[in-house]
Design a protein around this ligand. Structure first.
Ligand SMILES: Cc1ncc(COP(=O)(O)O)c(C=O)c1O
Length: 390
């Protein structure tokens, strides 16, 4: 499979210029077919050995594929439904004491806020919010100030959903570890859009979605826990399949791997689709995807900069950014821009809660020149109308 094939595998890709992959991606037909194939196979009788065994093997193949995609080992991977689950595994896995400090950033998604806000209410922890500035030295300087307070954890995005900023994650982890502070990276906007190598990042935990840049089925994803961190994380939810050993009288030994967090009956056909999507990208070559995203977002940024009055919020340098481009036009509400783009141009972009002016464009390899023209022409027209009003 090649990059250029992806667009042709989508249902009616010309209907909309789809710039919403950072929310959810459209799904290639073979990913859907894989889900249906496994669902039909399982429906013959999930408990039949001739069904159960291939399904179990498939799940372990997906785990191996997910692990390889971030340079982890399979026993460090929990397969699950979304990024937020991994955040909750960490949030509920520590023995929190009143006054414990957790460092977040001011760009976090509700999924990386609410589990912590809940702990503020339930356990009396305290939060600090790192200001996500594009100025790396400033960002690391503020981090040093917070680290001096002896926090228990940093839980922060790898790529900001709010500005597309790619954080200096390796430097953050290094500084945190110098203070003995573990780091959870929220990879929802990074996984599939920028290289992720958990060994190189040296993070303790990494959580990611399959339904965004991987173009996997809705409600797929995973959570990485570094092997030596597993024992420190107390599982709050466990069940059948979490155990290595158990007896009828209360004896329990949990699995030595991140699989201990998976339990009960689950939708494994979706996981098969996730695995298919991961294999697809491996075949295409991750480097080809990242190079394409760099070239396309560079083109979009340069085109946006020609629109008078428009303010680009994403860093220009690609090493500091990703497939996401965020901008605003002073005086214009994001909700109006997105509505007009949808109604007049059939262009789908995102607005961001708590940021009434900013528009997020998430690009992916299925976007083409015509999408880019529709987007840029639409925004230019809206900006020009605004100038006439003023
Ligand atoms: C940075 C970030 N974290 C977490 C989430 C939540 O992802 P999920 O729905 O997979 O839990 C999102 C979703 O957009 C996100 O952008």
């Amino acid at each position: 499979m090649q990059l250029a094939d992806i667009r042709n595998l989508l249902q009616s890709p010309d209907d909309y210029a789809y710039f919403q992959t950072g929310g959810f991606s459209p799904k290639p037909q073979p990913v859907i077919d894989e889900v249906v194939r496994w669902m039909q196979f399982q429906a013959r009788g999930p408990a039949l050995m001739e069904v159960f065994e291939p399904v179990s093997k498939m799940l372990e193949d997906v785990r191996a594929e997910a692990a390889a995609s971030i340079n982890a080992t399979p026993d460090e991977i929990m397969l699950n439904e979304n990024t937020t689950i991994g955040i909750n595994v960490v949030a509920t896995g520590f023995d929190w004491q009143p006054g414990d400090i957790v460092i977040l950033s001011d760009h976090e998604h509700p999924g990386n806020r609410i589990p912590w806000y809940n702990l503020v209410q339930q356990r009396g922890i305290q939060l600090r919010f790192l200001s996500m500035t594009n100025d790396e030295a400033e960002l690391l300087g503020e981090l040093d100030t917070f680290l001096a307070e002896n926090p228990r954890l940093i839980a922060i995005s790898h790529v900001s959903r709010r500005s597309g900023l790619r954080l200096p994650a390796k430097a953050i982890v290094q500084r945190a570890h110098e203070h003995g502070v573990p780091v959870l990276l929220d990879g929802a906007q990074a996984f599939g859009a920028v290289p992720v190598d958990v060994r190189d990042l040296d993070c303790d935990f990494y959580t990611f979605s399959g339904h965004k840049y991987i173009m996997g089925p809705q409600a797929t994803g995973g959570f990485y826990v570094r092997k030596d961190r597993l024992v420190a994380l107390v599982p709050s939810w466990v069940g059948s399949h979490s155990q290595k050993e158990m007896d009828m009288h209360g004896k329990l030994t949990l699995l030595d791997s991140a699989r201990r967090f998976e339990f009960g009956t689950r939708n494994l056909a979706d996981q098969a689709g996730f695995g298919y999507a991961l294999r697809m990208w491996r075949e295409i070559g991750w480097a080809n995807v990242f190079d394409w995203l760099e070239a396309y977002t560079d083109q979009i940024k340069q085109a946006l900069l020609t629109i008078p009055g428009l303010v680009l919020e994403t860093p220009l340098a690609y090493a500091q950014s990703s497939g996401t481009v965020v901008f605003h036009i002073p005086g214009l509400a994001a909700s109006d821009i997105s509505r007009i783009l949808l109604e007049e141009d059939r262009v789908l972009v995102s607005t961001l809660e708590f940021n009434p002016q900013s528009i997020r464009i998430s690009t992916h390899v299925f976007n083409n020149e015509a999408d880019c023209d529709r987007l840029i022409n639409g925004i230019r027209r809206i900006a020009e109308r605004q100038k006439e009003v003023l």
